[in-house]
Design a protein around this ligand. Structure first.
Ligand SMILES: C[S@@+](CC[C@H](N)C(=O)[O-])C[C@H]1O[C@@H](n2cnc3c(N)ncnc32)[C@H](O)[C@@H]1O
Length: 249
């Protein structure tokens, strides 16, 4: 877990803090006026240096530098702590393990769902899963289009899972939503696996799919390729948009 970039970014701020105190102490002794802005800038510069040293991805540099300044700006707004707590809780329930998985929530969209629906074999009942099902739109829509088949979603984050579960219950859909990690599933139980994840997990996703998926089944990945594995088919659901990649087993 310590290797996760978000955890490293947090540790970097923690390591930079005593160094900042040292710089502030020496600056005050040298007769400089020490303002909160000065402290935030020192902390930001030190965090930036440590981020470069740890060779984190380029966007972490901006985050490392900007975080203390953002903290200072937010404290000046004098927002009640309870508001911060509610926002924190909401983001926690929405993103949950993103700091570890490096797969945040963002939706694919109806044109992608339709492209998957058009690429699924017809004439027989299928069992299909969306790994990382978010708010459940893909699963519910495909279940609506293919009532004879069984569509499922698995989602780590509690809020999107609860929302999709409720949507299925209240809407009378037979789609099923599981709260959990797709790593624990057996992909061999499915005729198709749909993934809209992130480049960080694609190699492991392929290893799992290659080990478990049965002959005649298909792995779909929207937007993200598997570096070592050319897809069997490529579909473009949105003109000039990202592609939908298919691997037939
Ligand atoms: C990019 S969103 C895609 C949402 C949805 N599939 C769609 O197409 O709109 C990825 C989702 O995967 C979830 N996720 C990431 N890693 C996961 C894992 N190991 N097991 C289950 N869900 C995961 C995230 O919480 C996030 O909601």
């Amino acid at each position: 877990m310590l290797r996760a970039p978000a955890v490293q970014a947090l540790l970097i701020q923690a390591v930079a803090f005593p160094l900042t105190l040292g710089v502030v102490y020496l600056s005050a002794r040298a007769g400089l006026t020490v303002s909160y802005l000065f402290v935030a800038l020192v902390q930001g510069v030190l965090a930036l240096g440590l981020t470069l040293w740890r060779r984190l991805a380029v966007w972490w540099r901006a985050i490392g530098f900007g975080f203390p300044l953002a903290l200072l700006g937010a404290s000046l707004l004098a927002i009640p702590p309870s508001v911060f707590f509610v926002i924190f809780l909401f983001l926690l329930l929405l993103y949950w393990s993103t700091y570890r998985t490096q797969v945040p929530y963002y939706p694919s969209g109806r044109r992608v769902w339709n492209a998957v629906a058009d690429s699924l074999p017809s004439g027989r009942a299928l069992r299909v899963i969306d790994v990382g099902s978010g708010l459940g739109g893909f699963v519910l829509e495909l279940q609506r289009q293919r009532p004879e088949s069984r569509f499922e979603g698995i989602e780590l984050a509690p809020l999107p899972w609860a929302y999709s579960h409720l949507r299925a219950r209240l809407g009378g859909s037979r789609a099923r939503f599981i709260r959990g990690d797709y790593e624990t599933l057996d992909f061999g139980e499915y005729d198709a696996v749909f993934a809209y994840l992130s480049p960080a997990v694609m190699t492991n996703l392929w290893i799992k799919a290659a080990r478990e998926m049965k002959p005649g089944s298909t792995l779909f990945s929207y937007e993200f390729v598997i570096a070592s594995q050319p897809p069997s088919r490529i579909v473009t659901p949105i003109k000039d948009g990202p592609a939908l990649y298919l691997w037939d087993f």
